[in-house]
Ligand binder design. Structure first.
Ligand SMILES: O=C[C@H](O)COP(=O)(O)O
Length: 251
């Protein structure tokens, strides 16, 4: 499982750089503009320059409306600014068809510019609170639009968490659907250290985290702490070893 950490700006990205050996992807966002709020192009560029070259930089394009042209142009902006993972929060899409139309534009805009870029179609575990597409439709939306990964996060950061809205058995179904479509499955949403075992067991490919690695577990007032990133990674490694041993023992 890969660890994606979301700093809110250049200063926190420098803290991520201190913990670079423990994380896999640095995800640029602007949390005060929404759970997948987009940051400025120059912030993406500065963060790209601040983190080690072997760590991919991801950028969120925002909690986007159903405006395929606008979103495609924004996605290209993120890629031009140095992000190689482009994440789109399909906030304003109320049908799978709308979401596919948005994502097709993003995939074309990004991959025409940079064929090896990685496009992530993100929905929301708490979609019922905001009226957007069903979380379990994301793998099919990603597959039909040519994206590389399907992701879930929570739209409303009010203390409720991924598993409050999509329980572990349905997250397992999400991962299975993504894998059947040859996509990576990414999960986020106030994930805690205690969730790592479940996420590992169900085969999650990427876990996205902010609050759990911030001081006091507070994604807004707290700052990312390199020692919490290291501790999170240590637990991931422990669970990965346990899972591998269980698989080997089963035979
Ligand atoms: O993409 C990851 C999100 O930023 C997760 O943030 P969170 O762990 O505070 O919900």
């Amino acid at each position: 499982m890969l660890l994606l950490i979301s700093p809110d700006g250049v200063e926190e990205a420098l803290d991520c750089a201190k913990a670079a050996e423990h994380l896999d992807i640095v995800d640029v966002k602007k949390p005060d503009e929404g759970s997948l709020g987009a940051n400025f192009p120059w912030v993406i560029r500065e963060i790209r320059a601040a983190v080690p070259e072997d760590k991919p930089v991801s950028a969120t394009v925002g909690d986007v409306p159903y405006k395929p042209g606008t979103v495609a142009q924004a996605a290209l902006g993120a890629a031009v600014s140095g992000a190689t993972y482009i994440k789109v929060g399909l906030y304003g899409c109320v049908t799978p068809e709308q979401a596919i139309e948005v994502m097709q534009g993003v995939v074309r805009a990004v991959k025409d510019y940079r064929p090896d870029a990685f496009v992530v179609a993100s929905g929301y575990a708490d979609a019922h609170r905001i009226g957007c597409v069903n979380p379990l439709s994301l793998p099919d939306i990603a597959r039909r639009s040519g994206a590389d990964a399907a992701m879930l996060d929570t739209a409303v950061k009010d203390g409720t968490r991924l598993f409050d809205h999509v329980p572990p058995d349905l997250c397992a179904e999400f991962v299975r659907l993504a894998h059947d479509a040859e996509l990576l499955a990414a999960l986020a949403g106030s994930i805690k250290v205690a969730d790592i075992g479940t996420l590992t067991r169900i085969g999650t490919d990427i876990v996205g985290v902010r609050g759990a690695v911030c001081e006091g577990g507070d994604r807004n007032a707290g700052r990312i702490q390199p020692h919490l990133v290291a501790a999170f990674r240590a637990e991931m490694d422990r669970h990965a070893r346990e899972c591998a041993a269980a698989v080997a023992a089963a035979g």
